[in-house]
Design a protein around this ligand. Sequence first.
Ligand SMILES: NC(=O)c1ccc[n+]([C@@H]2O[C@H](COP(=O)([O-])OP(=O)(O)OC[C@H]3O[C@@H](n4cnc5c(N)ncnc54)[C@H](O)[C@@H]3O)[C@@H](O)[C@H]2O)c1
Length: 340
Amino acid sequence: MKNILVTGGAGFIGSAFVRYMVEKYPQYTIVVLDKLTYAGNLDNLLPVKDKPNYHFERGDIADAEAVERICQEHNIDAIVNFAAESHVDRSIMNPNAFLQTDVVGVYVLLEACRKLGIERFHHISTDEVYGSIDEGHFKEDDPLSPNNPYSASKAGGELMVRAYHVTHGLHTTITRGSNTFGPYHYPEKLIPFFVTEAIDDRPLPLYGDGTQVRDWLYVEDHCRGVDIVLHQGAPGEVYNLGGENEHQNIEITHRILDILGKPRSLIKHVEDRPGHDRRYAISNDKLRAHFNWSPDTPFETALEQTVRWYVENEWWWRKIKSGEYLEYYKKQYGERLANA
Ligand SMILES: NC(=O)c1ccc[n+]([C@@H]2O[C@H](COP(=O)([O-])OP(=O)(O)OC[C@H]3O[C@@H](n4cnc5c(N)ncnc54)[C@H](O)[C@@H]3O)[C@@H](O)[C@H]2O)c1
């Protein structure tokens, strides 16, 4: 591997991966392909913008001609696909873009690999493809049972990856990560949304009773897991990347408020998300056994660092929270908050 195309590299996890890879592997060239949707942000890539082994290309992964041209121009020999529509609430409002990017886009990338003989395709998926589990932890060979248009699209993309491995012999790998958090996370997802709202003493609209359980993974641990699987994963295999760190949403909210020294009265229980999964939990046994990977950032430290990052980097998120963001906020929470 010399020239790696990182799709979705201007988003939250993709940009963390690019910053990590550019530093760790100066011998690789990292080319980012990103459509710069509402969630893509070149500010996330400012730390690497002048590095000689980093290049940026704006484009859509569902645009076959652009994908092939960029792969040829940069002599790409591996693709790591982070590009996705990634927000469950938006998938309930408008699923079309999810099918286009998370299913068709994945197919276009796979076709480019097949046609151009690109040696490696690593696909970033999510623990949400398994659906909800009351007790225990999902393992990689458990059936997929997605419950919302986002997770269904991600499952569809994954199945296409599997099919290209079996049918065309592509060297593919997949990681299914848990709920990831850290700096540069678009402020519509639970942690950055509540941190930035609480900084401004605004109400925190918590879905339902807030007892839904998520498994939280620090973004740096997620990137380290992807790096290991990209380099050492076996062809056709899927690996869970769990945080081993389950918390109810209400507990996360309390912790955020405590770190910021803000009152719990900011919490407003609002109408739940339809089809809201109760609990996500995955087992890390496979990755631990094969590559000795486990998440190693202590949760308290990681959450505290993350909250501090938002306190210290208002320049990054204040400009996001305007325009389209406010329209989305109004649609998603306006009525819910008014009825709370
Ligand atoms: N955030 C999480 O908790 C989490 C957990 C597990 C897995 N994942 C997966 O990780 C990946 C990255 O998630 P994220 O949270 O960084 O998402 P994000 O929404 O922050 O970033 C997505 C990026 O993809 C780009 N993009 C969207 N459509 C595109 C297209 N058609 N062509 C090219 N670029 C496009 C966007 O511009 C953006 O830069 C996704 O595949 C997601 O499903 C996320």
